[in-house]
Design a protein around this ligand. Structure first.
Ligand code: SAM
Length: 432
């Protein structure tokens, strides 16, 4: 096997926890183990930098046949290593087409992080503060107010409004008392990282919700029109439920389930503060909710945001850098529940569209769960392509993974997240 393919295979093996770098290098059958080991370690060391550069250059979107791990190795060689060895093989001309853009993105990253050498990027990356660069997102609660009124309030408080951002770079450059409208999401205002608005009177009154941008995507992508019946399967503490209700304009019905009584109690407070009136809260195991119950006959939309390892959560990354790896046992248990919940959701007879989301970075909780569920219903459901401009996509471990979204502080300036939008291929006719 050629060096780059072997290195990509080892990286993929490490990511899916098949073994350590050393073990996988030795069992790869590649002759020059020292050379392979060095290349894998270096690529791994720069992993987050490479992810950010590859995503912002749009490499994987442009080159559909190029697998993410191989892309990482090749971009390492091109930008950070000694250049392609042995001629670079068939990928050399492909990477050649993107070389200028990749170099420009690396240079931009260095300017943005205020460093001049490649190694200094590692230092910045390893600082616990890297996740702290994520801006403060403010979702305007349209059940109580509108964007213009919230913007005016902040302006009166001495903030300077810059209008709609045109790119993530505008968000990265935010400082002081400036704020923007997000380039992608309507009604999402963006303030500099560290802006603390928890005591703000409009927050206290439920006129805005402090919610990370990635966490605003599931309700938006579910796209349930006002009047719809929606299940929010694992709902507490309810930020996504309140967003769903706002998008429904409080018209229709949200059946919200959760197992945890305490979390449900704080959810009830949150929903009341947000002015939500279309939601029925129930302390129930979603797995025990019967799809044939006539109450759910008109449920065409389901949001499934199950318990997960939380490995992408910003607070975790800030408090405990590197805490993103749950144990194998925990991961197996979580993935088991997630699979059961997604399979169950897909059995609701009138279901048309479902959003599956987690704040985990682990393939086992994301792409693997979606692949399992789609395999259970061959041909009945499909992954829906969404947000074509979103730079970070699903890992290519299932057909259509490029339709899924991933998010991270480095690539999307948000917490770590995964989202898949699933749609029924044939729309069933409603009975009764
Ligand atoms: N969607 C919520 C939000 O945006 O605020 C966050 C949901 S949290 C990631 C997962 C929730 O699933 C937890 O509140 C947990 O109590 C609940 N949960 C776990 N197992 C459940 C089950 N079998 N049925 C219903 N809810 C469950």
């Amino acid at each position: 096997m050629a060096l780059y393919a072997a290195a990509a295979a080892v990286l993929a093996g490490v990511e899916s926890r098949q073994g350590s770098i050393k073990g996988l290098v030795y069992s790869s059958g590649f002759q020059n183990v020292k050379q392979l080991y060095a290349l894998v370690c270096e690529t791994q060391r720069y992993s987050a930098v490479l992810d950010a550069v590859i995503a912002s250059a749009g490499l994987l979107r442009a080159e559909k046949k190029l697998r993410p791990h191989l892309a990482k190795v090749l971009v390492y060689e091109l930008l950070l290593g000694k250049g392609f060895r042995g001629g670079g093989g068939r990928w050399k001309p492909v990477l050649g087409r993107h070389q200028a853009r990749l170099k420009a993105e690396l240079a931009r990253l260095k300017v943005h992080r205020g460093v001049s050498r490649n190694e200094d990027l590692l230092e910045v990356e390893s600082r616990p503060g890297s996740a702290s660069q994520v801006p403060r997102f403010v979702r305007v609660n349209t059940l109580k107010t509108c964007c213009d009124d919230v913007v005016d309030y902040f302006k009166r408080q001495g903030f300077s409004y810059q209008g709609r951002a045109s790119s993530l770079d505008d968000l990265r450059a935010l400082k002081g008392k400036h704020f923007l409208l997000d380039p992608l999401l309507p009604e999402l205002l963006v303030f500099p990282a560290q802006t603390d608005l928890h005591e703000h009177p409009l927050y206290q009154a439920g006129h805005f919700i402090l919610q990370d941008k990635a966490s605003c995507l599931p309700a938006m992508l579910l796209a349930a029109p006002p009047g719809s019946h929606v299940i929010d399967a694992c709902a507490a503490p309810g930020n996504k439920t309140s967003h769903l209700a706002a998008l429904l304009k409080n018209q229709g019905k949200i059946f919200a389930f959760d197992l945890d009584a305490k979390r449900l109690a704080s959810m009830a407070t949150l929903l009341a503060r947000a002015g939500v009136s279309c939601c029925e809260l129930a302390k129930e195991d979603f797995l025990a909710v019967s799809p044939s119950d006539p109450r759910y006959r008109q449920v065409r939309y389901i949001l499934l945001d199950p318990s997960c390892s939380g490995s992408g959560m910003l607070t975790r990354q800030l408090e405990e850098p590197g805490a993103g790896t749950p144990s194998k046992e925990r991961l197996r248990a979580l993935a088991g529940f997630q699979q059961r919940a997604l399979r169950h959701a897909l059995t609701f007879p009138s279901l048309q569209r479902l959003v599956y989301s987690t704040c985990s970075l682990c393939q086992e909780e994301n792409e693997d769960v979606v692949r399992d569920a789609l395999q259970q219903h061959p041909g009945a459901f499909r992954l829906v392509p969404v947000l074509p401009s979103w730079p970070h996509r699903g890992l290519s471990t299932l057909p259509g993974a490029e339709h899924c979204l991933r998010a991270s502080p480095e690539t999307t300036l948000t917490g770590g997240f995964f989202i898949a939008v699933i749609e029924r291929v044939e729309v069933p006719s409603l009975t009764g």
